[in-house]
Ligand binder design. Structure first.
Ligand code: PHE
Length: 502
């Protein structure tokens, strides 16, 4: 029988005595342990050897363990000091014993917490009452420390080792030991004779030019060999889902918008008919930036927006009877929603005048000064979108959401009437959480008001929305805390294992 060289060596070495470990075989064959392991598994697959695996535990003393081996365990020292002070007859002040035992710093605490546990006595009202019958020379943990130091951890009771490990005195290490025994087929093969096949594991330019490659036998790759799992980089599930949302919306006929994260309040709020004294526009909710105001806002649009705020639109329109200042509108902040982008596009500022019908979206970050909790972060991804067309109704809006969410397997959506200064009517969207069964808010939507559209110069209907990407993910994967996917508390397992299917 012809076998690769390393397998012949291992087979022969394994026949010398019964059940040899990989290390022994490596020693006998002068091969690397990993080569021996590979050869042994190949031989096993051919039925020539059996490989048995056992888990061997070894233990070593930590620095603290070494220290107690030399000086005694703190609780034992306390007990001996207590006996010396006569605490087995009358309780003795703790302070006195601590001085006498020579224990200091954190060791006092360690001594106290183990003293009672081991039955050395009772500590009550600052006094130590020692049990006269306890035997410090029979302390199991002290004996175990000595055994571990002698390399005889195997003789120590598992529970005692567990205790020492949890006290940080012993470190345990587990390793798999494999031993190899010849099978009957292996013995027969050896008797009949095995010879080493000269295999080549690398193709060289010389072999190619001389034509030698035609005569040699190549080593086979073992594509089933155990290999360490490599945790490579991968696209974050939020990003994967964002990409899928973009694909879905493009598939529904939408084009993508882009624009600044830090923007003039004019685009973030004023165009949206948000009064300048609206609570959302105070420093409580918004991240104002200490930068010079934005200059390039279109003057005629500023005038029309101001007019809408002051006087309203239409024959019997009415504005807000509150102050409006252009300086205030030019201040810069991190956008609290991406509706700022919708304003830039609808006004014609981003891409020139748009003729209906049009559909636009973005999946971008927004920033809010919220309180952190399982469902709120200071920033999240918003799925913004709008449709501009003649004669749109709420049914178009609802139908669009139903179609959109259905593509993510979400069919249980509910709508709740809502108020936005810029849409009328407005609806909040809710979806059912697959784990908790609760309806959670997943977005906000509505039909833009004339007070928004008229200054922008849009003469037909526009329905619009902002949905939270993170909430969509919660509905898709069932996690309950947004911090599982964002930031330092994230759940790495979840991020590694969740596969976003397209
Ligand atoms: N801007 C709203 C929000 O952030 C979403 C929205 C956009 C609502 C457009 C209606 C119209 O909640």
């Amino acid at each position: 029988m012809r076998l690769p060289e390393s397998q012949v060596a291992v087979l022969e070495a394994a026949s010398a005595t019964d059940a040899q470990t990989i290390d022994q075989l490596a020693e006998a064959t002068s091969l690397k342990p990993e080569t021996v392991t590979g050869a042994a598994f190949d031989l096993r697959d051919d039925g020539l050897v059996a490989v048995e695996e056992t888990v061997e535990t070894s233990a070593t003393l930590t620095d603290e363990g070494e220290e107690y081996l030399a000086d005694g365990l703190p609780e034992v020292r306390l007990y001996r000091a207590a006996l010396d002070a006569g605490a087995d007859e009358d309780p003795v002040e703790m302070g006195q014993l601590i001085g006498a035992s020579g224990l200091g710093g954190p060791k006092v605490q360690i001594a106290l917490s183990n003293f009672a546990r081991k039955g050395y006595g009772v500590i009550d009202g600052g006094k130590v009452d020692a049990d006269p019958d306890a035997d410090p020379d029979a302390d199991e943990e002290a004996a175990a420390l000595a055994a571990v130091a002698d390399g005889d951890a195997g003789s120590v009771d598992d529970a005692v080792l567990d205790q020492l490990e949890s006290r940080g005195l012993v470190a345990r290490d587990e390793r798999t030991v494999r031993s190899v025994t010849l099978t009957e087929d292996g013995v027969t093969a050896l008797m009949e004779g095995v010879e080493a096949a000269q295999t080549v594991d690398r193709l060289t330019p010389e072999m190619l030019t001389t034509g030698e490659w035609q005569d040699v036998e190549f080593t086979e790759y073992n594509v089933e060999a155990d290999a360490p799992t490599a945790q490579g980089g991968k696209t974050h599930i939020l990003r994967q889902t964002a990409d899928r949302v973009k694909d879905t919306l493009v598939g529904m006929g939408f084009k993508e918008m882009e624009g600044p994260h830090a923007d003039a309040d004019f685009w973030i709020n004023d165009c949206l008919f948000m009064p300048q004294d609206h609570p959302a526009r105070t420093h409580w909710d918004r991240f104002a930036l200490d930068v010079p105001p934005i200059h390039e806002v279109p003057e005629d649009l500023v005038d029309r927006v101001e007019d809408a705020h002051r006087n309203g639109v239409g024959e019997d329109g009415d504005g807000y009877h509150s102050p409006w200042s252009e300086d205030f509108a030019r201040q810069v902040a991190l956008r609290g929603h991406t509706t700022s982008l919708s304003m830039r596009y609808l006004s014609g500022y981003a891409q020139g005048e748009l003729e209906p019908p049009q559909r636009y979206f973005s999946v971008e970050k927004v920033y809010r000064n919220d309180t952190l909790d399982p469902t709120h972060l200071l920033e999240f991804f918003q799925i913004e979108g709008w449709v501009m067309a003649e004669d749109l109704s709420v049914r178009d809006l609802m139908g669009t959401f139903e179609e959109f969410y259905r593509q993510f397997g979400i069919t249980d959506i509910q709508f709740k009437p809502h108020y936005n200064p810029y849409t009328e009517p407005s609806f909040e969207l809710f979806g059912r959480h697959p784990e908790t069964g609760e309806m959670i808010e997943i977005g906000n939507s509505g039909m833009f008001r004339p007070e928004v559209l008229e200054p922008l110069g849009v003469e037909c209907d526009v329905m619009a929305w902002g949905l939270a990407l993170e909430r969509l993910l919660m509905l898709m994967y069932g996690f309950e805390d947004i911090r599982d996917v964002h930031g330092t508390l994230c759940d790495l397992e979840l991020l590694r294992e969740t596969e976003v299917l397209h």
